[in-house]
Design a protein around this ligand. Sequence first.
Ligand SMILES: *Cc1c(COP(=O)(O)O)cnc(C)c1O
Ligand code: SF4
Length: 335
Amino acid sequence: MIHRTVATWQTETWQEALKNVIRTPEELFSLLKLDPALIPAAHLAGRDFALRVPREFVRRMEPGNLNDPLLRQVLPIGDELLATPGYSHDPLDENAANPHPGLVHKYQGRVLLVVTGSCAINCRYCFRRHFPYADNRPSRAQWQQALDYIRHDSSIHEVIFSGGDPLNAPDATLAWLTDEISQIDHITRLRVHSRLPVVLPSRVTDQCLDWLARPRFANTLVIHANHAQELDASVERALIQLREAGVTLLNQTVLLKGVNDSVTALSQLSERLFACGVLPYYLHLLDKVAGAAHFDVPEQQARQLHQALLHSLSGYLVPKLVREIPGEPSKTPVI
Ligand SMILES: *Cc1c(COP(=O)(O)O)cnc(C)c1O
Ligand code: SF4
């Protein structure tokens, strides 16, 4: 058991914080003192994929600034409604590789478990925006099918908890799954992909640290931060606790126009991640999902940015620039 000091101001549990996320443009605009003229567009764009953002993430935004890099990631805007050639509803062809509900086996040696379809935050650029993910979670019986699949394929060495956001699930479920997986001899690594330690750091509870720090596995947590401003003192504390529990911390970022498409923004993000005990892993080109075209950074510009990062940062602070091409056996490096 790892004990942590709970800040006295932190009276709200993460479950309460999840229930109390901001869901209306009115409230977001009022908190940030933004021009209400844009509220109708936010309603229209939010019909397909609702506005959803935790309050503590909003507290890291600059009031009055419509171009705030954190706000841009969550605010539904009129541009989302423009149909753009080449942008589709299922850019990753996710429906292709599911041998069982909740299990995706696309790459050799590792499988992805869709632990829950829900997220704490709705990121406007996410390919998930068009998936009718149900909020209800797979039953134990369905999990048994997925676990049997893993048991019977000894070429699988790593299980990845994914979603949605897997840390939206209760610790009891995650601890149970971790126990089941730890009984499979050929699994040597467990990985969790989650944005919650960034957008809702109170999610990193003692119970969470408990199952994540199981000695049977070398555990990795891949967080998702796109801008240094996301990593405030509360996030830093949560990440340091994870590090102290022996979890390897990596970060993935999506390259987003108007959010982090500059050498300065990307360098500051890498430096800030490192200060929080996290190494940059992937810098993803945007998935071409309908409604997200206004975030696109052209490939040529992405290459130049990546080159500039290589020339200005220590090698281990430069994430791998990749894109996801359906049918390929891994993420595809962009060089
Ligand atoms: C991205 C991804 C992984 C993990 O890939 P790594 O390159 O090992 O990080 C695994 N399975 C699926 C389906 C993925 O999309
Ligand atoms: S947290 Fe991840 S999966 Fe959820 S909406 Fe954001 S980018 Fe998509």
